[in-house]
Design a protein around this ligand. Structure first.
Ligand SMILES: Cc1ncc(C[n+]2csc(CCOP(=O)(O)OP(=O)(O)O)c2C)c(N)n1
Ligand code: SF4
Length: 270
């Protein structure tokens, strides 16, 4: 299917600033879905609110544009009702891990089959550059004009600790790796998380003097390294990217079917 057939052209031009990383994420996602040969009818995209969350408006799947921070709760309801569909949940770091942090850890803990994409630009883009749980100590933001003193989460470590059974990290510079991670995440039978470092040149970049969008992508190139690489041993500050966890555990909807069978007296008891 031509890539443009996945897009709702009636909603263009999009709202993203020039150089925003979120369009690169959307592009890689479309390419992953196309490569998997999924039909548009097999996909439900559920999002909250944020620049990142606008992806659900621009793509021509079954889409729900819901409430800031609550996308995973809505997605859980959709998946429980229609478990045969593929659920993709694009979120910002604020959406997923500030207001939505509780939903995130519990969706991961349940191992419900869906793909959570966290576009980590380390700031609240849509509302004007407030700091997020991912901004990090020492950064500047609209709400931290002198210095942010909150420490950041490590999204990968948090996801693993919460029980996600597929966890990956990539960046907007590494588009082929990103597409590959999306393909594997969508195919994964459990809760999958793909963190994408995605530049917000308008707020995070400008306030933290990181240069242009291209400079921010060069930063991703120069400050990340494949998992377990020799470079990481030489420079522990490098951020690792790749697939950290990929394992099988009982999936929530399938486990729930067992509960239903038992309740009907057909399954094994005790
Ligand atoms: C319940 C609720 N609280 C707050 C907001 C305001 N709000 C909208 S988007 C947003 C944060 C966006 O940041 P993020 O999720 O990181 O996505 P980005 O825009 O950076 O892609 C906030 C606080 C809202 N819409 N609803
Ligand atoms: S404010 Fe930031 S996150 Fe939002 S569209 Fe602009 S560059 Fe992207």
């Amino acid at each position: 299917m031509p890539v443009k057939d996945y897009i709702r052209e009636r909603f263009f031009p999009h709202l993203w600033c020039p150089g925003c990383g979120h369009g690169i994420v959307m592009n890689a996602l479309i390419r992953a879905i196309e490569a998997l040969g999924l039909s548009k009818n097999e996909i439900v995209m559920v999002s909250g609110i944020g620049c990142s969350s606008r992806i659900s408006g621009y793509l021509d799947f079954h889409t729900l544009h819901t409430i800031h921070g609550r996308a995973l709760a809505f997605a859980t309801g959709v998946k429980m009702g229609l478990p045969e569909l593929n659920i993709i949940v694009p979120m910002g770091d604020g959406d997923a891990l500030a207001i939505g942090g509780n939903h995130f850890i519990h969706a991961a803990r349940r191992n419900i089959e869906m793909t959570a994409i966290i576009m980590n630009n380390r700031i609240y883009g849509m509302t004007g550059g407030q700091y997020s749980p991912l901004s990090g100590y020492g950064t500047l933001a609209t709400t931290a004009p002198y210095m942010n003193i909150d420490h950041a989460f490590d999204v990968v470590q948090l996801s693993i600790a919460a029980g996600a059974t597929f966890v990956a990290r990539t960046t907007t510079y590494h588009v082929q790796q990103m597409t590959d991670c999306f393909k594997k995440a969508i195919l994964h039978e459990g809760f999958s998380v793909v963190e994408v470092l995605s530049q917000c040149p308008t707020y995070f970049g400008r306030k933290n003097k990181m240069g242009s969008a291209a400079d921010m992508m060069a930063f991703y190139r120069d400050h990340t390294t494949p998992i377990g690489s020799k470079k990481k041993k030489e420079n522990p500050d490098l951020i690792e990217r790749g697939i950290f966890v990929q394992k099988d555990l009982p999936e929530y909807c399938r486990a729930y079917d067992t509960v239903i069978e038992r309740a009907k007296g057909k399954g094994q008891k005790g």
